[in-house]
Design a protein around this ligand. Structure first.
Ligand code: SAH
Length: 398
């Protein structure tokens, strides 16, 4: 047995007749794409992947319990997957964020897009929130935390692994400190405003950084107007609207906690008189207000994903159509609709088609102002389509 073989790890061979997705750079290998193998591996171990004819493809981690059997970490045969490897990847991710101008707050690591599949790290100034969503990356959590400590000397690191997808990998859902305990209610700066972020109990990692550029994009469609923001969470769009000169804003969210946080954010920025919030079901309230003939200069919609699975795309499309139909009807002629969708399961094309259907039903014509996506600290890989997930549209509703 040669040395390399001795030290290494399981070798997995791709089947001959599979698509070219993996060869073209996609890091996921599904169980049905794998043929022969040599050696054995524990769940979460690093394995080597070869094509059916024996040419090297890459190294990644394996989990027999997961439909995504292997996620590749590298295509370089000489790369050694050790603590230093993770340090370098995180350092590269940070250098990239700095280069494109995201420093105080950013998604530092966006999984596949940073060649660290299933790893999410959000940076909120001196605090870091981690999600490790696959067994093979969970095993390197210690190295990941060490790298963050070494690069940033942070004030705190927290894991928000209370995420259902972890069960698909056979992992428990947990949350807690990965540093000395700290006060998990922090304040971040964004576009000249301040926002409370509840790292421990907020949604996802506590704050939606992916909309940070889009919040600036509403600047010219809210000035002097009455603004309605449905699905407002902690009121970020409402507060931006106030800052950009809105006369009044009303934010709606079904979560009492979110509305309480939104009110705290209004207070923190001195906009309590302009920004009001209500804890209600937006679907019901919008329907009622359409009937009552209420009208706003600008309506902002940022609903939740509506679906987590491919089988339910129809349900999601119905949800998007319904809520946008109601939203449009609430816009005064010549006012604006700002609308978003945060699931990769609904493609940009399908989303635009859905908005178009809603406009036809509402008998309104749309004039496109802006058609955007997630902020650039959530990079989109053209060969990994699921990395594009956020759609953000501003239209004038004629
Ligand atoms: N725009 C926000 C993020 C919104 S996330 C930001 O940039 O921070 C979607 C929000 O919709 C969540 O806060 C969730 O509580 C809320 N939500 C889900 N279903 C709802 C419903 N039926 N009515 C009102 N809000 C709802």
């Amino acid at each position: 047995m040669d040395n390399e073989h001795y030290f290494c790890m399981m070798k997995c061979f791709l089947r001959k007749k599979i698509g070219d997705r993996v060869i073209n750079g996609h890091p996921w290998i599904f169980g049905n794409e794998l043929g022969d193998s040599e050696g054995t591996a524990e769940p979460g171990d690093i394995v080597e992947v070869y094509s059916y004819n024996g040419s090297f493809v890459g190294k990644g981690y394996i989990n027999p319990a997961s439909q995504i059997r292997i996620r590749l970490l590298t295509r370089e045969k000489s790369d050694v997957i050790d603590d230093r490897f993770f340090f370098n990847r995180i350092k590269q991710a940070w250098d990239y964020r700095k280069q494109i101008g995201y420093t105080e707050n950013c998604r530092l690591v966006f999984g596949e897009a940073d060649q660290l599949p299933a790893l999410i790290i959000d940076k909120f100034n001196d605090y870091f929130v981690i999600q490790s969503l696959a067994l093979g990356i969970e095993k390197w959590k210690h190295a990941i935390v060490s790298a963050i400590n070494e690069i940033f000397k942070p004030k705190g690191i927290y894991e928000r692994n209370d995420v259902p997808v972890r069960t698909l990998e056979g992992m428990e859902q947990i949350k807690g400190f990965l540093s000395e305990p700290f006060d998990t209610n922090i304040i971040i700066n964004e576009n000249g405003l301040k926002f409370n972020v509840d790292i421990e109990n907020g949604q996802k990692t506590g704050y939606f950084l992916d909309q940070q550029d889009n919040r600036r994009a509403i600047q010219h469609v809210v000035n002097g107007g009455d603004v309605l923001e449905a699905f407002c969470y902690t009121g970020t769009f409402s507060l931006h609207a106030a800052q950009y000169g809105a006369k009044s804003t009303l934010g709606l969210d079904i979560s009492e906690n979110a509305v309480a946080a939104a009110r705290r954010n209004a207070e923190l920025n001195g906009y309590s008189d302009i920004c009001k919030f209500q804890a209600v079901n937006a679907f019901d309230v919008l329907k009622l207000w359409v009937k009552e003939g209420k009208r706003y200069d600008t309506v902002i919609l940022d609903p939740p994903a509506f679906t987590k699975s491919r089988e339910n795309i129809d349900k999601a499309v119905t949800g998007y159509k319904e809520i946008n139909l109601r939203g449009m009807k609430l816009v005064k002629p010549g006012g604006f609709l700002v609308t978003a969708s945060c699931t990769n399961l609904v493609s940009p094309e399908l989303y635009l088609k859905t908005i178009d259907m809603a406009a036809k039903d509402a008998k309104r014509n749309l004039r496109q102002v802006a058609w955007l996506t997630q902020s650039a600290d959530h990079p989109i890989l053209w060969h990994v389509p699921s990395t594009q997930y956020l759609k953000f549209l501003i239209v004038q509703v004629m």
